[in-house]
Design a protein around this ligand. Structure first.
Ligand code: SAH
Length: 234
């Protein structure tokens, strides 16, 4: 091998290394901007939500062709006619869930696993259910690659919840049913919060608190989520 060849290959290695760091910086920068302009400036205050969303690499959860759009102020397609929610909505729902480090959390609608990762940064254990098997498999793979060890994903119908690990300190639902599924109310701990979009086309996020005397319910912002499917619609 001539010196020339050696030099060429080491240069190309250097180039690749530089590209790697440039890519990292680009996404880090975009993520910081997202947190500042889309979350903080719009009123998200919970420091732990802001820290989690400053950390989770949202671009790792979308298709490589959409990576550059991962931090934009919009939902994005994740395949199978489903979408990852806009960053603000993820932050809003997570803040409303009042997640503590000791919490056990149930998420309905794993999708690509991004919301689960944000919850995984903030809670002790996260259980996430997804009705489309291919999405569940892919999300599990992404979460494993990113070393999230406190998140379990299962394929199943979120209307039934995940009774084995109940009660949950918080339940975050990221697909919209027309009414609140009873099993989810049953699986919520006393003082637990459920954050759930409800409605057909025009939906609102409800924040429910379970008390000894029943459920307290607060209707909050209007949203548009994909419908929560029942088995019969599949
Ligand atoms: N939280 C997700 C986005 C969710 S999109 C993320 O961060 O990427 C809504 C998801 O809910 C879709 O993937 C859809 O397949 C799933 N879903 C719809 N109905 C469901 C049901 N009954 N049980 C579980 N998941 C459901």
């Amino acid at each position: 091998m001539s010196d020339y060849t050696v030099e060429l290959s080491s240069n190309s290695h250097q180039l690749q290394t530089n590209r790697f760091y440039a890519a990292m910086d680009k996404f880090d920068w975009k993520r910081k901007q997202m947190v500042k302009y889309q979350l903080r400036n719009r009123g998200i205050k919970d420091k732990r939500v802001l820290a989690a969303m400053s950390k989770v690499p949202r671009h790792e959860f979308v298709d490589s062709s959409l990576r550059d759009l991962a931090y934009s102020d919009s939902p994005l397609p994740i395949g199978h006619n489903q979408t990852i929610s806009q960053p603000y909505i993820v932050a809003y729902m997570t803040e409303a869930g009042e997640i503590s480090p000791s919490d056990k959390v149930l998420e309905i609608g794993t999708g690509c696993g991004y919301q689960a990762a944000v919850l995984g940064e903030m809670a002790k254990e996260v259980y996430s259910m997804e009705i489309i098997p291919q999405l569940a498999i892919k999300a599990r793979r992404t979460l494993t690659r990113l070393s999230y060890q406190n998140i379990q994903v299962k394929t199943g119908d979120g209307y039934q919840g995940w009774a084995e690990n109940a009660p949950y300190d918080a339940i975050i639902v990221t697909a919209a049913p027309e009414s609140i599924p009873k099993p989810l109310i049953e699986q919520l701990a006393i003082n637990g919060k459920m954050v759930i979009p409800v409605g057909k086309r025009d939906q609102e996020i409800f924040v429910l608190t379970k008390t000894h005397n029943g459920m307290l319910s607060e209707k909050t912002i209007p949203v548009r989520f994909v419908p929560m499917r029942t088995k019969s619609l599949q």
